[in-house]
Write a protein that binds this ligand. Structure first.
Ligand code: NDP
Ligand code: GDR
Length: 362
């Protein structure tokens, strides 16, 4: 039995809001996304807007997107936004998402990524919305950390290896706990690495793109060598556009084939089922990786990549390879973009930028 939200024996939601009747409430489909300015937030927004506006008169379309200021460290702001927006779906994508940075900003990372998730869940509860909105938590393959099993699935034990991973472990379990304690439709998407031309510039594929960009710029005599860290780590890289589709599916419950699933919230791995070494991801047209120490531009013979230990992590996650079987079976999710296509799209975006002298905004 789940707590009905009214019993005085348990911590009550604070002032109950004057909510619309359920039929009216659910007629409005409103998603609240934290971290909307990030890579995933931007793709998810495009996906939801596309779904929302397909059947809509073109004059109604411009009002479908509203940007609100907020911060996962600010409970009051979260409660205020929740009460004002009354969402039907909440996607918690906001985070200090850089693993290496989390070693320098461990407390801040815990505050945003772990306690921030609790704050958001409690904002939902405070406003009496536990049965009114579905909650998606951006969990991560970093939970697996030190290899316990390959490939990694929903049943693989967690062993995080960074303050980021540990913070996300708390967020994972508090999401499960609110589902079990309060009967919330709250789910974890355990997503393996996903990239795109919008990836932040300090993540390795983005730096690898910069290698390509570096190759182009070296031809133009604009840039020298690029420094990277551990080239031997292996990652399961997919395209962010495919993964935000999976996030949305997780909140729809029925998936695309109602016969294969039920409307029960659950946690899902999204992955490609392939892994590549960082060194492999650095391979790009015009580039030759000769050793784990350096890579050369084929035409000029110049070394364009070198290893700098400052990019090593105090504890590393060496091998990630996900098993997306559950998502495929239950939700009919399947990644569409292959690794080579992902690399090509990212590389072309940078080559275009170099050719057109476009200043990079990401
Ligand atoms: P990004 O780093 O691109 O985006 C992070 C977002 O979080 C930004 O919009 C950022 O806003 C926002 N943010 C940072 N601090 C706060 C805060 N204190 N309060 C509110 N918002 C904040 O991440 P991605 O889009 O790549 O990832 C989205 C989520 O998915 C993250 O939670 C990440 O940890 C997780 N994840 C990502 C994977 C990946 O491969 N991309 C894989 C698995 C999980 P601002 O720019 O204003 O700081
Ligand atoms: P990750 O991604 O840590 O997996 O986290 P990142 O691209 O930062 O690193 C991947 C691997 O590449 C190695 N590496 C380097 N990494 C960076 N950033 N810079 C370098 O110069 C470099 N050289 C080698 C790393 O050591 C690592 O092994 C991402 C984030 O999006 C998280 O938020 C998310 O949870 C996980 O993916 C799944």
């Amino acid at each position: 039995a789940h707590w009905d939200g009214n019993s005085s024996e348990l911590p009550a939601p604070f002032a109950p809001l004057d909510l619309p009747a359920p039929e009216e409430y659910f007629k409005r489909k409103i998603a609240l996304i934290t971290g909307i300015t990030g890579q995933d937030g931007s793709y998810l927004t495009e996906l939801l807007l596309e779904k929302a506006t397909l059947s809509m008169d073109q004059h109604e379309r411009p009002n479908k997107f509203h940007l609100h200021y907020g911060d996962l460290t600010d409970s009051t702001a979260l409660v205020f936004l929740m009460a004002r927006i009354l969402p039907t779906e909440v996607y918690n994508l906001g985070a200090q998402s850089h693993v290496k940075v989390s070693f320098s900003l461990a407390e801040y990372t815990a505050d945003v990524d772990a306690i921030g998730t609790l704050r958001l869940l409690d904002a939902i509860r405070t406003c009496g919305l536990t049965k009114h909105c579905r909650f998606y938590q951006a969990s991560t393959s970093e939970l697996y950390g030190l290899v316990q099993e390959v490939p990694q699935s929903e049943t693989t034990p967690f062993y995080p290896r960074s303050p980021y991973g540990v913070a996300k472990l708390y967020a994972y379990w508090i999401t499960v706990n609110y589902r079990e304690a309060y009967g919330m439709y709250a789910v974890n998407g355990i997503l393996f690495n996903h990239e795109s031309p919008r990836r932040g510039r300090t993540f390795v594929t983005r730096k690898a793109r910069i290698i390509t960009r570096a190759v182009a710029e070296i031809h133009e005599n604009k840039q020298a060598c690029l420094w990277l860290g551990n080239l031997e780590a292996q990652r399961d890289w997919g395209h962010a556009r495919d993964y935000v589709e999976g996030m949305w599916l997780m909140l729809q419950g029925q998936g695309i084939d109602p016969k294969k699933s039920s409307d029960v919230p659950g946690d899902f791995v999204l992955a490609t089922g392939e892994t590549h070494p960082v060194q492999g991801a650095s391979n790009s047209p015009g580039l030759e990786v000769e050793s784990t120490e350096e890579a050369r531009d084929v035409k000029t013979g110049k070394v364009v990549v070198k290893v700098d230990p400052q990019y090593f992590r105090p504890a590393e996650v060496e091998l990630l390879l996900g098993d997306p079987a559950k998502a495929e079976r239950v939700m009919g999710w399947k990644r569409k973009v292959k690794f080579d296509e992902l690399v090509k799209e990212m590389v072309e975006a940078d080559l275009d930028a170099v050719r057109n002298f476009v200043e990079d905004q990401n």
